[in-house]
Design a protein around this ligand. Structure first.
Ligand SMILES: NC(=O)c1ccc[n+]([C@@H]2O[C@H](COP(=O)([O-])OP(=O)(O)OC[C@H]3O[C@@H](n4cnc5c(N)ncnc54)[C@H](OP(=O)(O)O)[C@@H]3O)[C@@H](O)[C@H]2O)c1
Length: 267
């Protein structure tokens, strides 16, 4: 990580900020991103306590021009790009039957286009450095889960993109990492998209019972260091990743049995 240049999308808070701090502590130059200037400035202040190799790019990655904006900022300031972490992601709630179709549009706009937009202009730069693209997925990207259909399908799409890039860029030796993240600490006021398309604030979590954002960040660093493809976090995640493709009906039965827990946990 020392001497590397990393862009982390959605790094003004939550998991993205923890990744930025972890990379900075290991010596990387950091490009922070988010849509809110105030939050970005606060995150930058935290990196400045570690070193001064940090810039912020305030833009919405679901917009096409934001991709170029991010990559150009990294090249202009630091001269190269070694790592792109596609971390931006928003979750959704609601049974398919109750969803306004716009929920799918919003979720895919953030989670899919918000990944594609920075990834395309990053690839030529990452070819030069034989760098890494990391996709932050979720255990919800392993199989379809109740009340999370839009989120699950957007995260599943990341796997397809990751697999395509791995083959396409083999000769350029670009590392592609896909991280299946389990339930993690969240910041107060974290939002998700409700079934009618409006934003809702999620309930605070008992942050002692879930993995920390710092732990997730360390696993992302490890994935990059080892140039691994898939990293699956949490015990339940590893069990799910093993069982879902092999015993889909058994997994479905287990989920049906615990339906109320799913609905409760996703509030
Ligand atoms: N937390 C979990 O339990 C969990 C579990 C599995 C997977 N994940 C995945 O981990 C990633 C991060 O989750 P999180 O819980 O840390 O999220 P979060 O707390 O909601 O933070 C999201 C970050 O992304 C920024 N952002 C959101 N939309 C953006 C956009 N369109 N353009 C630029 N920046 C944007 C936000 O800042 P602004 O709002 O100011 O733009 C913020 O910095 C997501 O991909 C999520 O799906 C999280």
């Amino acid at each position: 990580m020392d001497g590397k240049v990393a862009i982390i999308t959605g790094s003004s808070r939550g998991i993205g900020k923890a990744i930025a701090i972890d990379f900075a502590k290991k010596g990387a130059s950091i490009v922070l991103n988010g849509r809110n200037e105030v939050r970005l400035a606060e995150a930058k202040a935290e990196i400045l306590k570690i070193h001064n190799k940090v810039i912020t790019v305030c833009c919405d990655v679901s917009q096409k021009e934001a991709g170029e904006q991010l990559i150009n900022a990294a090249i202009d300031k630091f001269g190269k790009l070694d790592i792109l972490v596609n971390n931006v992601g928003v979750s959704s709630r609601g049974k398919v039957a109750d969803l306004n179709p716009e929920v799918f549009e919003s979720v895919f706009s953030s989670n899919l286009m918000g990944t594609v937009n920075p990834t395309i202009p990053a690839i030529p730069e990452l070819r030069k450095t034989q760098g890494s693209i990391v996709f932050i997925s979720s255990l919800a990207g392993i199989r379809g889960l109740p009340v999370l259909s839009a989120y699950c399908s957007s995260k599943m799409a990341l796997r397809a993109i990751a697999e395509s890039i791995r083959i396409e860029e083999k000769e350029h030796n670009i590392h592609v990492g896909l991280i299946y993240v389990g339930i993690t600490q969240i910041e107060h006021n974290k939002e998700a998209i409700a079934s009618d398309g409006s934003m809702v604030i999620l309930n605070d979590r008992d942050n002692k019972k879930v993995q920390s954002t710092e732990y997730v960040a360390r696993q992302v660093s490890k994935n990059i260091k080892k140039r691994k493809f898939i990293t699956t976090l949490t015990r339940i995640g590893k069990i799910n990743a093993f069982m879902a493709p092999r015993f889909p009906l058994l997994v479905e039965r287990l989920i049906l049995k615990n339906l109320h827990k799913f609905e409760e946990k996703s509030k």
